[in-house]
Design a binder for this molecule. Structure first.
Ligand code: PLP
Length: 442
């Protein structure tokens, strides 16, 4: 492989392990820097959280399965002692492992629910307020009125997706009466396309990768005056919807008596694709808990787009292909060649680090979740499970703990691994994942 011209932007120590696809933990040297000008405020995140709260009645009417949580899109925070033991993480030494079970999020079955729903609802709300069909900051139940449905039926909402974002946006947009179009990349799974079509969503298939599907969708929407494109690489509304999860986690930690403090740090491990979902959540958590929370992302060894972006420097045009990687992974939710400019610029001063994981490890960790706790997740959703191991059991990780004075408080730490998807998968897919894991087990 010839060295691409912009590889010298990356620290030399990263070249060999990245290009060989060797799993690694990268620590962010930019941690603690200044946020960019016009970074979203806590009030902005609060607005998004309130918009989702204002949709509770609407969601219960549209999706009866949300009645169990009173129309609030949230997932349980699970104590997972058997998984913790299965992963080889000693509770008395390393603290407590909890699992934020977003694979159980109602309707969308993935971490994409909060962000995707938030952006569709915000767009619908803006149209309805403009048309005089609801009050500013009113109850979003008004979006179910026949006049609103009629208004939305003349409009299109489109998105590019490898699968889960398309489900979240497509299902919500179609339920409100919009015509919904999802541009999908070649690696999107056939059952996801079928599921969307069943819900009345138009699926456009593209031969290229995720970035190509997004670009095609964006271009098509640009020439349609009634079209609205949810831009996963730049959308603030998506980002803020994701960030709302931080407050939910904060409440759940408080209930568990685990509010982070200088004496009891919080570590969060989030699978990263384009960076919007984990970025929004990390952003919200840093607003709430500052230096007491340490956010790590997890990316496939074939698609470490955020790692490459942050290591090269924000604003540089760089993709995983430039490093000689092929972006091919079974973690379809994370198969993204290029990070979101919005998410990467906001993560540059806030993110603690990124660890990479190969597909075999994803299957083994997915299998552990099943064997120990009966959880059924997709490969992408297992990406963060190795995070605590990297932190506590490698020289790089110990270096981070030392640098931040965390060694003494580690036993009282909380580690939250975020399981991000899999709730809507057909049982056949889960069986296939477990068969793959069994074939890999040593
Ligand atoms: C999309 C997705 C992610 C990552 O979200 P990004 O916003 O793309 O970074 C993680 N896990 C699953 C299952 C996903 O679908």
């Amino acid at each position: 492989m010839t060295t691409p011209p912009d590889l010298p932007m990356l620290p030399a120590a990263l070249h060999a392990p990245l290009q060989a696809g060797r799993p690694l933990l990268w620590l962010n040297p930019g941690l603690g820097g200044a946020l960019p000008a016009r970074a979203p405020s806590a009030a902005d995140v609060g607005d998004a959280a309130r918009r989702l709260a204002r949709s509770a009645g609407l969601l219960q009417a549209l999706f009866p399965e949300t009645c169990a949580t009173s129309g609030i899109i949230d997932s349980p925070l699970l104590d997972v002692p058997a998984l913790q033991a299965g992963l080889g993480l000693d509770r008395t030494q390393l603290g407590t492992l909890l699992l934020k079970a977003d694979h159980l999020l109602p309707v969308a079955g993935s971490i994409k629910a909060r962000g995707g729903f938030h952006e569709v609802l915000a767009h619908a709300e803006a149209l309805a307020v403009e048309a005089g069909l609801m009050d500013h900051e009113g109850d979003l139940a008004a979006l179910r009125a026949p006049a609103a449905h009629e208004l939305f039926s003349q409009r299109t909402i489109a998105v590019g997706s490898t699968g889960n974002l398309g489900m979240s946006i497509g299902i919500m947009a179609a339920a409100l009466g919009f015509s919904a179009v999802v541009h999908m990349s070649a690696d999107a799974k056939p059952w996801k396309k079928d599921r969307l079509r069943e819900r009345g969503v138009m699926v456009v298939e593209h031969a290229g990768d995720y970035a190509a599907a997004v670009a095609a969708g964006r271009a098509q929407c640009a020439v349609d005056p009634n079209g609205y494109f949810v831009d996963d690489e730049n959308s603030l509304l998506l980002f803020l919807g994701y960030a709302a999860a931080a407050r939910q986690l904060g409440d759940q930690l408080a209930q568990a008596g685990r509010t982070p403090s200088s004496d009891a740090p919080l570590f969060v491990y989030l699978p990263c694709g384009v960076g919007g979902a984990p970025g929004g959540i990390a952003y919200g958590l840093k607003q709430l808990f500052g230096a007491h929370v340490h956010c790590f992302f997890a990316e496939p060894t074939a698609s470490p787009c955020m790692l490459v972006q942050l290591a090269a420097g924000v604003g540089r045009n760089v993709s995983v292909y430039d490093v000689g990687l092929d972006n091919r992974t079974d973690a379809d939710g994370l198969a993204v060649p290029k990070a979101s400019p919005l998410a990467s610029s906001l993560m540059a001063p806030l993110l603690s680090g990124i660890h990479t994981v190969d597909d075999a490890q994803l299957y083994l960790d997915l299998y552990q979740a099943w064997r120990t706790q009966g959880l059924e997740i997709e490969p992408s959703a297992a990406a963060g499970f190795g995070g605590p191991r990297w932190l506590a059991q490698t020289p790089e990780g110990r270096g981070y703990l030392d640098l931040h004075g965390l060694v003494r408080s580690l036993a009282r730490a909380t580690h939250v691994v975020w399981s991000t998807g899999g709730g809507l998968l057909p049982e056949k897919e889960h069986l296939r994942f477990r068969a793959t894991a069994e074939s890999l087990a040593p």
